[in-house]
Design a protein around this ligand. Sequence first.
Ligand code: F58
Length: 830
Amino acid sequence: LGSGDGKAKAERMFGLMNGFLKNDPYSLQKDILDHVEFTVPRSRFSFDDFEAYQACAHTVKDRLIERWHDTQMYFKRKDPKRLYFLSLEFLMGRSLSNSVINMGFQDQYAEALSQLGFDFEVVAEQEADAALGNGGLARFSACQMDSLATLDYPAWGYGLRYQYGLFRQVIIDGYQHEQPDYWLNFGNPWEIERVHVSYAVKFHGTVEEKTIDGEVRHDWVPGEMVEAVAYDNPIPGYGTRNTINLRLWAAKPSGEYDMESFNTGDYINSVVNRQNAETISNVLYPDDRSHQGKELRLKQQYFFVSASLQDIVRRFKDSHPNFENFSEKIALQLNDTHPSLAIAELMRILIDEEHLKWNTVWKIVCDVFSFTTHTVSPESLEKIPVDLLGSLLPRHLQILYDINFKFMEDLKKKIGLDYDRLARMSIIKEGAVKQIRVANLSIVCSHTVIGVSRAHLELLKTRVFKDFYELWPEKFQYKTNGATQRRWIVVSNPNLCALISRWLGTESWIHNVDLLTGLREHAADASLQQDWQKVRRMNKMRLAEYIEATSGVTVSLDAMFDVQIKRIHEYKRQLLNLLGVIHRYDCIKNMEKGDKRRVVPRVCIIGGKAAPGYEVAKKIIKLCHAVAEKINNDPDVGDLLKLVFIPDYNVSVAELVIPGADLSQHLSTAGHEPSGTGNMKFLMNGCLLLATQDGSTIEIAEELGVDNMFSFGAKLHEVAALREKGLAVKAPLQFARVIRMVRDGYFGHKDYFKSLCETVDGSNDFYLLGHDFASYLEAQAAADKAFVDKEKWTRMSILSTAASGRFSSDRTIQEYAEHTWGIEPCRCPF
Ligand code: F58
């Protein structure tokens, strides 16, 4: 509250509002009804589940705002070093349950709603998913925000407020169709629009050089200006009042600048042009290869980093007289290369607007940025055509050339005139179309380059960024990804959560997840096993109902629920899974009747979106439907085998599917999955893993013991050797047989599947499906065998949850905080 007059005033205000908002069920009911009447607005005597959700969300937001203000005021007063997490994608999913649980009001809300005649779960399901991202990278960003808040770190996230999130997947006749996800249709009760927090973002135009007091200054006269308006999304921590912020920018037409064009007389065109500004934050680019070099994508990237940096510099200047301790107070995290124009933008602001010297600014830049990469494939590293950048951001191109010139000069001193290597490491790629290599820029200008698992770092060191590693080995680190147990156990699996707490005698594991190892000593306990099985069966029941509702297939709860959910991609090998299913089907068909008794019944569940322009992935989806059609309607098979495709996979669907899975598949060819985080969520929920030795699965196997999972497939060094030999591998006979079934039209659509079969044919089989098929089937057989032994399976399941503590994003964030960002907790005391 401060002191003197300020304190007296604050105390009076606090008294007037009667202290903090109350959280007992009675007060919550009153507040919910007020929001029904005045915010939604509907009559408090007649409202439905959706309106109850809206009103409820507003009451939660009110409480979040209280905490947000306290936290931000406290941060301001303490002035700790802050982390700003820049990411073009956040997959937040739903917020209601998560917020209520993190704030500790779960029971009160359940009771308040029940007294009003509503069911909390049903109300929570009314919420639309916030799907402002594609896949693992974006969901990991959301998990990191939860952990940053929970661990009391002074951090903010920055991103874009897309009007359209990731497309909705609709399946028609087994084919994927994309539909727009207009998630803001009914408003978004969680965000706070800050009309007064806005910045002008410039594009195009020219750069004029002027000499003032003997110094060369650059004056960028833009050709277009767009306003970035802030929308704040409070992120509550668990077990703390700390509530951090995710600030998303929306593009709006700029006021001042367009006055001129209005004056030229073409009123209608001026209005239309102004509205065009909004397209910048209109739509999330799906994970397609085709967006490289697109102007709108580049505009999105720059728009978001420019607004974020203007905001960060403004906040810093509010409480610091100069930039001397900028890098002691600020850490900037680049989540992949997408925000890397932040480097040039910070240089521009500090040099052109704050008039700092190049060398001073260069030092600041190199001290504040850290860069995490989420890819293993050199081809997918972003490149921006120089012409495009020069036209859109002329001043930034100059800065990038200057950075590169100085870097090249330094490099020559270090490595001599090794022109091939100099050319490889240059930020500018020469050639017919000159390009900016954004990863090179990010590495050169960051103090730390981070891989997302131990294996990923090895690939960065030996392949992707080998030249840079040899130059600056000390820059490279790995921080194995993690997932937040708050969302992935507490919210999505409440029964398991209660069971764990009962057996550990504490709920502390929710923020001290290492305590989960305490389950190990009870893994063979018959009574825990019985309770564990009960919880798992309830979750399977929920999933079975969902499957029936979405795909019309009735499944048996006694079958093993075998799940693969993730983006559809050749390297993730959903096709291997399908070929395995076809093999299983083929075996059942060719069995004597009596032998069928020995078959372990399975429900194979696949879900995931294919990028709209990714033909092979779309064919895999169609194949899944074609095979399902055949199997699910075959009376010879019955409950022994079912195949279902879960449409429109997203965060909420994952929350329902993961707790109900017995087995989950992670099939990437070794050396292709940087980390993977789905594996961690399944592990937390006691689902057994069938996986290759790739990405973070290697570390999971170490923690869990390889005997407690089903491991298969070529290891990294074998993959390399096979590829060197030109993939001269003889695929097993079973493989040839299942491929033939597809190719010969056993599942129909012979022509359509022809090219899909060719992708795994002999020397084309880059992802080694043929090579790995035999060991895949062996791992599947081992899973069948284990499943029959209920005691053994349950023990492995409990041990999986017990081993999952290391894969919490709390651990990841703590490592980043200590080793990369140099930030410390700053816990708001009130
Ligand atoms: C993923 N990358 C990795 N990229 O594939 C996965 O192994 C890792 O666990 C995860 O990041 C988190 O580190 C990923 O999701 C994208 O979605 C890109 C977004 C921008 C367009 C290109 C794909």
